[in-house]
Design a protein around this ligand. Structure first.
Ligand code: ATP
Ligand code: MG
Length: 171
């Protein structure tokens, strides 16, 4: 079986085909491996540009998706990313990343910079390979306008992030 080079769109259609046919308002991708963070963040940036984001905002949206998808691959293995254009009351993007992993026991602590894998990291500790800094969720919060984390009844975590297109600058 050949290596999968792109995340599988949740509706089974290729992102390229979607773009050819019409401007879609929702895009959805399955997450099953760490490389999906790269593909999903690229798709997020493209979609955000269609919505009307420019410049740094495109990079910030890519970072948000990359971080949330990498958390799924690190802590839950499998999940799904859905990106949706929102229009009212203000244009923007809603990013929902859901997984069927263990969820987060203490969400408030997990949001703190330096809190990783259930504890606050110490400055002088010896770090293991692949260990995070515990700053991903904090960064996602700083780069978005709204952020919600919910443990799902059926198990797993759902993260919803919203970012708005900035108002046009007055001359
Ligand atoms: N999808 C998830 N499922 C289960 N636990 C999660 C999930 N996402 C985050 N967590 C928990 O919340 C903690 C904080 O997440 P955060 O992304 O801020 O840090 P990190 O991934 O440990 O490090 P970094 O993002 O800096 O590489 C994680 O260490 C993990 O314990
Ligand atoms: Mg992280």
């Amino acid at each position: 079986m050949g290596a999968r080079t792109q995340p599988l769109p949740a509706d089974g259609r290729s992102p390229a085909r979607k773009r050819e046919t019409h401007m879609t308002e929702v895009r959805s991708f399955c997450v099953a491996s760490s490389v999906d963070a790269i593909w999903c963040s690229r798709e997020a940036s493209r979609f955000a540009a269609e919505i009307g984001f420019t410049g740094n905002d495109l990079a910030e949206i890519a970072i948000v998706v990359s971080e949330l998808v990498s958390n799924v691959s690190k802590f839950a293995m499998r999940g799904q990313v859905t990106m949706e254009a929102i229009g009212e009351p203000r244009r923007g993007i809603r990013i929902v990343v859901a997984d069927d992993g263990p969820g987060i026991e203490d969400i408030d602590s997990a949001m703190l910079d330096g809190f990783s894998e259930g504890r606050m990291l110490c400055d002088d500790e010896i770090r293991h390979d692949g260990q995070g800094l515990g700053s991903g969720l904090g960064a996602v919060e700083r780069l978005t306008d709204e952020l919600f984390l919910e443990n799902l009844e059926e198990g797993g975590l759902r993260v919803t992030a919203i970012k708005h297109v900035p108002w046009p600058r007055r001359r």
